[in-house]
Design a protein around this ligand. Structure first.
Ligand code: NIG
Ligand code: FE
Length: 408
């Protein structure tokens, strides 16, 4: 087993404890060691401590100089859409000139325009695209990402998307119910096709299912039908909900025992209270709200009410062309009024919880996966403080250096 010692770090910061998800005041509890080391043994963290207490290590140990750097757990992006062809730069430019996102979607643009480009990419093109996007995420400090299908909306391209995500090391989520392709008379007819022709095979490739519950997409009855069928095929459940309107996503997520409901920009006081009293995690996507110039989700109220929250990028070509969790942490601090410690827990341990992996991911502590993000900063809070900065010096994944900036 190869051992890797990351030594002489300015700080090591990690969410405290061993449980998940962290809620309320516990969300901001973190362990901090100044002048520290992290010792990886193969793919696992063997020890974390102060340099002053570093024991003598016999045998071969590779060393990484951590001077000037801070270590945080490898970031976990629990909500991305990396399997797409083409781009939406033309639409972006039109939106910048005043056109609305929903208006463009209703006119056949939006998600459906990406569907055409994604089908045209073919499986090889998609595999290449997801790998490129995964590399961008890694360079931004992300060591684990979930990726959704949802730009194929036919059998072949949905399955190819899930395979491409897995091939790039992502955790695949089946988002067949993202939009209704024009060849179907209505959303119900499309769901008939999806559940009989695609779900049985998609369930072999994906860990979870997701649905876009929104006007112009799928209503609560349709989402219920889709999610129940997915659950009966063994998939965990996620929902895109309350992005533009409150259309029943939170009650449905709670009723079905979903892992998360994501977006929540339109969530009001009843939704906040219901979520806080439940085991469903609210996944907040401030880069998407920013990109679409929409209201920010009520993060502070959710945390203060005791809800479990996570943060993610929502990386996709239309509503959040952004792969950077450090930027999301900056938005969390400046727009969502979360402290850097709350933001850190939300995109590490709580995001790992949404992916069913909080036992092994999201903390720097013995026994956890040796996934470490090294920040080029004297204080780990630069993660949120350095707005849009080139903050990630190196990334260790599974005990080996997966990315290193040439000079830091
Ligand atoms: O999470 N809201 C639905 N789906 C994506 C956006 C997809 C797109 O615009 O291509 C989201 O924001
Ligand atoms: Fe999304």
């Amino acid at each position: 087993m190869t051992r890797l010692l990351i030594r002489d770090l300015e700080q090591v910061a990690s969410p405290a404890g061993r449980d998940a998800p962290l809620r309320g005041a516990r969300l901001r509890e973190r362990d901090l060691i100044e002048g520290a080391y992290v010792l990886c043994d193969g793919g696992t963290i063997a020890a974390v401590g102060s340099m002053a207490e570093l024991p003598a290590l016999d045998g071969d140990v590779e060393e990484l100089d951590g001077r000037g750097l801070c270590a945080i757990p490898g970031l976990v992006d629990c909500h991305t859409h990396p399997a797409f062809g083409g781009d939406r730069v033309e639409e972006f430019s039109r939106r910048a000139g005043g056109a609305g996102y929903e208006e463009l979607h209703a006119a056949g643009g939006g998600i459906l325009s990406t569907v055409g480009a994604t089908r045209a990419a073919g499986e090889d093109g998609l595999t290449e695209a997801v790998q490129r996007h995964a590399d961008w995420m890694l360079r931004a400090g992300t060591t684990t990402f979930e990726g959704k299908s949802g730009y194929g909306l036919d059998r072949e391209t949905e399955l190819a998307s899930l395979r491409a995500i897995a091939a790039a090391g992502g955790i695949p989520t089946f988002l067949g119910a993202h939009a209704t392709p024009p060849k179907f008379a209505n959303a119900d007819a499309y769901l008939d096709f999806l559940l009989t022709e695609v779900l049985p095979d998609a369930a072999q490739l994906a860990e979870a299912a997701d649905v876009f519950l929104e006007r112009e997409a799928f209503d609560a009855t349709q989402a219920h039908r889709y999610l129940e069928a997915c659950r009966s095929h063994g998939l965990a459940l996620r929902l895109h909900g309350d992005q533009f309107t409150e259309a029943g996503a939170i009650p449905l997520a709670i009723e079905l025992g979903a892992r998360s409901v994501d977006h929540l920009e339109a969530t009001g006081p009843d939704g906040i209270a219901a979520l806080a009293a439940s085991d469903v995690t609210g996944v907040l996507l401030p880069a998407s709200a920013l990109f679409l110039a929409r209201p920010m989700p009520p993060a502070r109220a959710l945390v203060d009410a005791g809800a479990a929250i996570a943060l993610a990028t929502d990386f996709n070509p239309g509503s959040a062309f952004c792969e950077s969790l450090p930027l999301v942490c900056s938005l969390a601090a400046t727009q969502l009024m979360l402290s850097p410690a709350e933001a850190l827990a939300a995109c590490t341990v709580n995001a790992a919880h949404v992916l069913g992996r909080a036992d092994t991911l999201g903390r720097l502590a013995p026994g956890y996966a040796a996934d470490v993000t090294l920040l080029d900063a004297p204080d780990w809070r630069y993660l949120a403080y350095h707005l849009g900065g080139d903050i990630v010096a190196a990334v260790v994944k599974n005990g080996t250096v997966a990315f290193s900036r040439s000079a830091y």
